[in-house]
Design a protein around this ligand. Structure first.
Ligand SMILES: *Cc1c(COP(=O)(O)O)cnc(C)c1O
Length: 365
């Protein structure tokens, strides 16, 4: 019955595919959660049942991501975009500057918000190279008394990803990990703050995860609105106001699914294999397909490429759509093609795209 559910070849960039098992479990529990006669959506966020869901999601994330005890995990709203604002509001104090590594459109948006609050400068930029690469670590410039250094760990639009992270010493390193959080093991202790909107790897849109080192909370600006202070949410276990309860429930279920896959090592291995089948087709196409990112900076999450003949590219996208592939158009700001192979996209879906690409090339060259 359930196994025959028809699933699209979903390469959407976000919101994106969720694990089928998670959707089915949510469906089973949707109307009557844990024999309460209510949906989880209909419950008080102060109820015992919801509280368990909330706290289990928090502790599962801490365990899975090996988050050290001197970090707080917060479930907020407003997406990564609100974090672009909250980070400088809380931490870009007068007389300090923040350094931003520019690796794509999301870095630009984050940078723009910081400049509204104080002094923000570019620590490095690969814009001149059309954001095809991540800068090398020694190209990144910052000062020892900077408020923080900000990076975008995976560039969803350009399809690049950091493979190693800069050592920033006493300066907090802040990362927008919206599109690769939980896709591989990460040494959280290198970061002052990690933030991510949930809708790529963690669950449905509506929840934003923030992982923040506790000592930073003490240093945060206190003269900003209550709801925008990290301390407000930390002091209230992310229950200061009504949280997105259904989204947090879904996040908890996604985390259980990640555990069942074998944890982050297994997830990473799977992501490697998924990206490889598609990159291999690009690399073996004799230039019929061309990747946007340089080899060293390629993202395992967002595979960006062109069909080198522009007319054929239109046809490729049209035929792919016809064949049931969803979400392959590149971001409206850059065009081309993009396959987003987030955690929940099965290997078989990537293999199907690789086969389709080979077939398309054989037909047209
Ligand atoms: C999707 C995305 C965002 C925007 O997230 P919202 O939740 O829509 O605000 C920001 N940064 C990165 C890297 C993204 O992939």
């Amino acid at each position: 019955m359930k196994q025959t559910t028809k699933r699209a070849y979903n390469f959407n960039a976000g919101p994106s595919a969720l694990p089928l098992e998670v959707l089915q479990k949510a469906q089973e529990e949707l109307v009557d959660y844990n024999n309460t006669g209510m949906s989880i959506m209909e419950m008080s966020h102060r109820s015992k049942d919801y509280e368990t869901v909330h706290n289990e999601a928090l502790s599962r994330l801490k365990t899975l991501y090996a988050i050290p005890d001197n970090y707080e995990v917060l479930f907020l709203q407003g997406g990564a975009s609100l974090q672009f604002t909250m980070v400088p509001m809380n931490f870009l104090s007068e007389g300090k500057k923040a350094s931003y590594v520019m690796t794509g459109s999301w870095s630009e948006k984050a940078f723009k918000e910081a400049k509204l609050f104080g002094q923000a400068v570019e620590a490095a930029s690969t814009k001149e190279n059309k954001y095809r690469n991540i800068p090398t670590l020694n190209e990144i410039q910052f000062d020892e008394n900077d408020a923080y250094v900000h990076i975008t760990s995976n560039n969803t639009i350009y399809g690049t990803q950091w493979k190693e992270f800069p050592e920033t010493g006493e300066v907090p390193l802040i990362a927008d990990m919206s599109s690769d959080i939980l896709s591989k093991e990460v040494d959280v202790s290198k970061f002052g703050i990690i933030y991510a909107g949930a809708q790529k790897n963690l669950g449905p849109s509506g929840v934003t995860v923030v992982i923040i080192r506790k000592d930073l909370l003490e240093k945060a600006n206190t003269t900003i609105p209550t709801i925008l202070k990290y301390t407000t949410h930390a002091d209230n276990n992310s229950l200061y106001n009504t949280p997105p309860t259904f989204g947090i429930y879904m996040l908890g279920e996604v985390l259980k699914w990640v555990e069942a896959q074998g944890g982050l090592k297994a997830i990473e291995k799977n992501n490697d294999e998924k990206a490889k089948v598609i990159y291999d087709v690009i690399d073996q196409s004799n230039g019929f397909y061309k990747g946007h990112a340089t080899l060293e900076s390629r993202s395992l999450m967002n595979i960006t490429f062109r069909v080198t003949d522009e007319e054929l590219e239109k046809q490729f996208l049209a035929e792919a759509k016809e064949a049931g592939f969803i979400g392959l158009n590149g971001h409206r700001s850059v065009g081309g093609c993009r396959a987003s192979a987030y955690n929940a996209v099965p290997f078989e879906t990537c293999q199907a795209l690789a086969d389709f690409m080979v077939e398309f090339q054989n037909k047209h060259s």
